[in-house]
Ligand binder design. Structure first.
Ligand code: ADP
Ligand code: TRP
Length: 326
């Protein structure tokens, strides 16, 4: 393992994780944990921009930590922590605020979407990409595994690092995104991007009944069993690409193209395959969830380690910007 290479990524504790989060981002955290020194966190301060319910936030934090362990992150290798245990990121985000212009941040897709959907967007939502840049740059990340929808945030992070370095001198590494080219944005059960905020998800740890209900909701056109169908334009088939393997996948594609499989049958096959993927994860998660105290201890220890690293970096930053006069 090249231990000097640093990996940083996080997920917001805004609800139950779904298969889009897993396939788009989290699967890579597990696959890469032996190749990088990894810092994986729970973005609780980011979550506050949309979730302002203390009980729910606390529960979600422990839930996501449990999820991280259930998908196979090994706390002996990976530093697992919650963002709020590293308050230095908010200090750094403030400094980034001062070198970033308003029109530049207004071009962010997430802000534009929020503005289109809500009448009053909070400052945190506007500033979101700079807190994210701080999360990444404060740990000297080389790589940031994320889903396609986060690509622009990593571009902003790179711009901010370069700008800071230009103004104050070399401090930050310029990180690369790691986006799985063969995983497109996973669509939800309403045909939009699968997202916790759209309530169109298939949760990563769903019960069999929940999986069944979610898949049955996926919208289709009204083609009959024997009519040919374009597999690349069908929301059900889009998920078969991730859950149906081997000859079953090839046969299904052929049947879509030639006619001979109905959407109902396609959904039933998908339900069976998602269940066989999810049930071992669910069992592992149920076992872990019996010991929440151990999970909290893992987060505490990870927080301490991440905070120490961040503080070292901030000493350098404070020196460069000229506030360290002692
Ligand atoms: P959500 O949109 O459900 O709130 P987050 O914004 O917390 O999810 O995203 C966590 C990670 O999962 C990010 O790296 C993001 O790119 C990835 N991700 C989220 N939704 C999808 C999706 N539908 N397809 C692929 N990756 C996704
Ligand atoms: N914005 C990310 C998301 O919605 C979460 C996040 C916050 C993040 N800070 C990060 C991801 C730093 C990677 C690195 O998914």
């Amino acid at each position: 393992m090249n231990k000097e290479r640093i990996l940083v990524s996080g997920v917001q504790p805004t609800g139950r994780l779904h298969i889009g989060n897993y396939l788009g981002a989290m699967k890579q955290f597990v696959e890469l944990q032996n190749d990088y020194e990894s810092y994986i966190f729970i973005a609780d301060l980011h979550a506050l921009t949309t979730l302002q319910n203390p009980k729910e936030l606390s529960e979600n934090i422990v839930d996501i930590a449990t999820d991280y362990l259930a998908i196979g992150l090994n706390p002996d290798r990976v530093t697992l922590f919650k963002q709020s245990d590293v308050p230095q990121v908010t200090e750094l985000a403030w400094i980034f605020n001062t070198i970033t212009t308003v029109p530049y941040l207004m071009r962010a897709h997430a802000f534009k979407d929020a503005e289109a959907n809500r009448s009053e967007v909070n400052v945190g939502t506007f500033d979101y990409p700079l807190l994210m840049a701080a999360d990444i740059l404060i740990q000297d990340a080389d790589v940031v595994p994320v889903g396609l929808d986060q690509k622009q945030h990593i571009e902003i992070t790179r711009d901010v690092a370069l700008k800071f370095n230009r103004i104050f001198g070399d401090v930050f590494r310029v990180p690369e995104p790691l986006i799985l080219e063969n995983v497109q944005t996973i669509l939800g059960t309403d045909g939009r991007k699968m997202s916790k905020s759209y309530k169109n998800t298939i949760s990563l740890f769903s019960t069999d009944t929940e999986i069944q209900e979610a898949v049955m909701k996926i919208p289709t056109d009204s083609k009959g069993v024997n009519e040919p169908k374009d597999p690349d334009k069908d929301n059900i088939f889009a998920l078969h690409k991730y859950f149906t393997e081997g000859p079953e996948f090839g046969e299904l594609r052929d049947k879509y193209e030639a006619g001979g499989v109905g959407y109902r049958e396609s959904k039933e096959i998908l339900i069976k395959n998602i269940i066989s993927f999810i049930s071992p994860l669910r069992e592992k998660r149920n076992k872990l969830a019996e010991k929440p105290k151990e999970i909290i201890e893992i987060l505490k220890a990870g927080g301490e380690k991440a905070r120490k690293r961040a503080e070292e970096k901030m000493k350098e930053v404070r020196e460069k910007i000229g506030v360290n006069i002692y």
